[in-house]
Design a protein around this ligand. Structure first.
Ligand code: ASP
Length: 435
């Protein structure tokens, strides 16, 4: 059994609905379908969810939201008419329009998924199951895992085929609650987990993850298989196709995610699999991703290792100043703390004062405008030749390394280079392994 989530661009208009229908009906195992709200049809288009937020924001300011609402109506009416559906969409829209001023912001923003779900259910001939009944949040808007799992199982026990809108549910006070933006990915994952699906298909507008950012590397190859841990490392460093939270439910149950392209269903996309199921990759690398604008705070103290509690006290300074720590490579007498450049800019003086006050006589050194690059591959730590090739490639382009952190991760090496070397470094590494 497969749970399939379709993103906003996959369901942006009637033509996209047709592609989705072909995909769903071509495989009988595709039993539960989770739609997003209609997304952008072209670059300057506005997502229905954004229009709904605009309606709500105008309504709380006592302004008319007629214009925005008309745009929403037009989009849903167009889909309904072009697909010759019978749903009384005007009745549904009227009800929503009247309720927006009376209900919360999450209610307003969730209606795109709700209406798209209703239309898609009719179009596919599947039952419509409202997520309001099965995705349960607490009063603060935090999802209640167990309650949700039980509710999903109970409601879908005897249902063979259903459309279940993404993005929202309800809290214990019966108010609509949504996940954060892009949260339909989470709904799909929760349903796959609760029902023990064989696979969670996430259909979007790209054929899965690419080995490197196409804005940096020309025409990079796609990633066929990636393990959950590798994906976590790549996403942390900026590779975004899935909502970050979406992997957690299915990961718990060892269910693979297949990211696929609605516009190119013949592509197999990327398979995200449990760590122990990730086979030896054909490539030494699984992916390269990175981010700019970090700073390294290097704290040096003679015989640091014998100063019991030194690291704890140092870290406490960052905590007290609310500076998140990204990495922490350590040397014999040095501790390097990698933080965001902005945090250093805003808090440099306080940081210097507090470090001196808390740690006594230490040397402090700041290296700014650093980019971090994660080179991820499940054989990376076992295969010294990959690291050797990577460093040689960087050296041949005269790229100096400001930091190397292999740490405890078995599947990645993180390097730091000057911001100016960010793109050249990624290209040098990619070129060494794939050109
Ligand atoms: N429609 C919502 C958003 O635009 C949720 C989603 O697409 O997953 O964020």
């Amino acid at each position: 059994m497969k749970v399939c989530k379709f993103g906003g661009s996959s369901l942006a208009d009637a033509e996209q609905f047709k592609k989705v229908k072909n995909i769903v009906l071509s495989d009988d195992a595709r039993s539960f379908v989770v739609p997003s709200a209609p997304g952008k049809r072209y670059k300057t288009d506005i997502k229905v969810t954004d229009l709904l937020y605009a309606c709500y924001d105008k309504s709380v300011r006592g302004m008319s939201f007629e214009n925005e609402f008309n745009m929403i109506s037009e989009r849903f009416n167009e889909i309904k008419n072009q697909l010759s559906l019978t749903l009384d969409i005007d009745y549904e829209l009227e009800k929503i329009k009247n309720e927006i001023p009376l209900k919360n912001r999450d209610y307003a923003s969730s209606r795109g998924e709700y209406l798209n779900g209703k239309l898609l259910a009719e179009y596919l001939g599947f039952e419509f199951v409202d997520s309001f009944d099965i995705m349960i949040f607490d009063y603060e808007g935090v999802l209640l895992d167990d309650k949700t799992r039980r509710a999903v199982r109970k409601r879908l026990e005897n249902v063979e085929k259903a459309v279940i809108p993404g993005f929202y549910g309800r809290d214990m006070g019966n108010n609509v609650r949504t996940f954060s933006r892009g949260g339909s990915d989470i709904t799909g994952s929760l349903i796959a987990y609760a029902l023990g699906a064989d696979i969670y298909e996430n259909w979007t507008d790209v054929s899965g993850f690419l080995l490197a950012d196409p804005r940096i590397v020309e025409n990079p190859v796609g990633i066929e298989t990636v393990s959950y841990s590798e994906l976590r490392e790549l996403s942390y460093m900026g590779a975004n196709v899935l909502h970050e939270e979406a992997t957690f439910p299915v990961r718990k149950a060892g269910i693979p995610i297949n990211v696929r392209n609605t516009n190119r269903p013949e592509d197999m996309g990327t398979m995200i699999v449990p760590d122990n199921a990730a086979r030896e990759s054909t490539f030494a690398l699984t992916g390269i991703s990175g981010k700019k604008d970090f700073a390294i705070v290097t704290i040096t103290k003679e015989r640091m290792n014998s100063d019991l509690g030194f690291a704890r006290r140092a870290l406490h300074v960052f905590e007290a100043l609310s500076i998140p720590i990204e990495h922490m490579p350590a040397g014999i007498d040095t501790l390097s703390v990698v933080i965001h450049q902005n945090d250093l800019r805003e808090k440099r003086d306080m940081l210097i004062t507090e470090i001196k006050r808390t740690l006594g006589a230490v040397e402090l050194f700041f290296t700014e405008n650093i980019s971090l690059i994660a080179v991820v591959g499940r054989t990376m730590s076992r295969d010294i030749s990959s690291s050797a090739r990577m460093f040689t490639a960087l050296a041949s382009k005269h790229i100096d390394l400001k930091l190397i952190d292999q740490g405890s991760s078995i599947s990645s090496i993180i390097i730091g280079v000057d911001n100016d070397n960010f793109e050249p470094a990624i290209n040098a590494i990619y070129g060494e392994f794939f050109r």
